[in-house]
Write a protein that binds this ligand. Sequence first.
Ligand SMILES: [Zn+2]
Length: 329
Amino acid sequence: MSATPPDHQPTSACPLEGAGRNGGARRARSAGKRGWSWLRGFGGMAGLALWLIVGCATSGRPGKVALPAKHSLKTDQLLVLSDVRLSSDHPLIEDLKLLKEQVSETLELPIGSRQILVYLFESELTYRQYWQVTFPGYPMRRAYFVQTPDKQLAVYTFWGDRIQEDLRHEFTHGLLHASLSTVPLWLDEGLAEYFEVPGPAPGQVNSDYVDRMSIAIHNGWRPDLHRLEKLETVDQMQRTDYRESWAWIHFLLNSSPDTRQMLLQYIGGLRHNSTPGPLTDELLADVPGADTRLLSYIATLNSYSAPPARTAAKSPAGEVIPASAEGEP
Ligand SMILES: [Zn+2]
């Protein structure tokens, strides 16, 4: 598992944003899918700017960069090939193990056993050089999830200060695709956004998203799940769509037992149904005024407290320690 399959073709990606969940200069995201392979990705304007600067400095197209292969770490169904040495008890790895349990428990979903391969580059530069040469024409993102025709599940990313949320986001894609026949784009991204936020339990609030959505609502924006469900490619999916997907997932999972059960049943149906119908019709029939209820729900999120952890007494990730701080390359 050291080479990218020749027919590895990304089919969509997710855009990211500049500001972080806690108001700092963090985050951005994106994803997409289509055809015989799927791809979800992360990317940010700051990173793009850096790439353009580096590109000018080095002049011309980057040379061929190999996939990370210096270090290999296998645990459970996760295989990490990296240029950064990680121990099996590194907080990042422990966090992903816990995340798998949280996804399974939250969604009441048996997680499939397919291996999820993570290619972890040591720097943004080598990652970007690899991506541009291997997937020319596809938008640059901070991280990508790719599913190949032969069902290989792979994450591509680099060691940076957002590595924890990037890995959580992309690993969630991997867990979903390891377990379900298909994953509608809005659902795939909404769940990845939902689970990427670190904390003692799933459902932590992305306050940056809430702030941005609150402003949008004030300016007249209204949710439209029917429209979201029609989106199929990253080109169609804008940053606002990622936020809306996250909000729908948060609302459905946490606003009432009925909405939670509706979503879990829908997700459960995807285990064996590769051509699911839309969730919208059922939602509007069972939850009258769902759009309005979502607006009210978003208004409560800044004071929302996620339910206490049910799975974990095992240490959540906490702060991720960069390899350099541990004396590692
Ligand atoms: Zn994604």
